[in-house]
Write a protein that binds this ligand. Structure first.
Ligand code: ADP
Ligand code: MG
Ligand code: MG
Length: 252
């Protein structure tokens, strides 16, 4: 089973401290939701885990299956099984969706053990079907002209095809109507297994009606300040974050 351990992780951008001691442990089979007000560092956490060069780690450690993630290059992290579906996926002109996916899959495999074209197409078709993605999508350039909802589905398609050990989904639900939300949830639920740990970053409890989290964490001021079960998400939805601040004596 995969295991991601984050200990006292601190990071800054330029001269601003953003992550201020994040602690989190995610095991295979578990779904963790991270909720929190805007601008508290949730996306920064995702970027730091993936090795985004803008952010400087100043303290703490991250381990995936006992390996030091912070020592790894970006491509090594993907190879080790970390996956990030981004809040704002970027467009890549001139690269089709199918080509992108196939090279991403093969980049994770050993040389000489590449996925066959037939097998790739078969799996891609099956998953696009499940996610209700039009078959023309595989030949379109990556994210170019995709609607917000299409981009999000496409990120889930990438997750399903790449078989990560730990998947981080950053606001995969923002801007989705209820039907698209259900489809996205279907993809994640289909992948649910002891071999996958999931971190879902979200503003809204809504998504968690369709993807039941095992743990819910409140993220504020650059760290996890409170953890609980699904009932915590419901309370946040109903009452906002003020009660958490009061309970913990946090000032804005
Ligand atoms: P969240 O995802 O919780 O809304 P972010 O991680 O996106 O929060 O941002 C946390 C803080 O870090 C914000 O104040 C944001 O402006 C700042 N920040 C994030 N990335 C950068 C960057 N590349 N350059 C400057 N400031 C940044
Ligand atoms: Mg935000
Ligand atoms: Mg964010």
């Amino acid at each position: 089973r995969p295991q991601l351990v984050i200990r006292d992780l601190k990071a800054k951008v330029e001269d601003k401290d953003i992550l201020k001691g994040v602690n989190l442990e995610v095991n295979g089979g578990e779904i963790h939701a991270i909720m929190g007000p805007n601008g508290t560092g949730k996306s920064t956490l995702a970027s730091v885990l993936m090795g985004h060069p803008t952010y400087e780690v100043t303290a703490g450690e991250v381990q995936l299956d006992g390996q030091d993630v912070l020592e790894m290059e970006v491509d090594e992290r993907a190879k080790a099984g970390l996956f990030l579906a981004m809040q704002y996926p970027s467009e890549i002109s001139g690269v089709t969706n199918a080509d992108f996916l196939r090279s991403a899959i093969n980049a994770k495999r050993e040389e000489g053990n590449e996925i066959s074209l037939m097998k790739f197409i078969r799996e891609l078709d099956k998953k696009m079907d499940l996610l209700e993605i039009d078959s023309s999508f595989s030949q379109r350039y990556l994210n170019e002209g995709f609607s917000g909802g299409e981009k999000k589905r496409n990120e889930i398609l990438q997750m399903m095809m790449l078989d990560p050990r730990i998947a981080i989904l950053d606001e995969i639900d923002s801007g989705l109507d209820i039907d698209a939300l259900k489809v996205v949830a279907k993809g994640v639920n289909e992948k649910r297994s002891p071999e996958l740990g999931v971190i879902i970053i979200t503003h809204y409890q809504r998504l968690l009606n369709y993807i039941k989290p095992d743990f819910v964490h409140v993220f504020m001021q650059g760290k996890v300040v409170k953890s609980g079960g699904p009932e915590l998400a419901e309370r946040l939805e109903a009452e906002g974050y003020d009660w958490v601040k009061e309970e913990l004596g946090i000032e804005d």
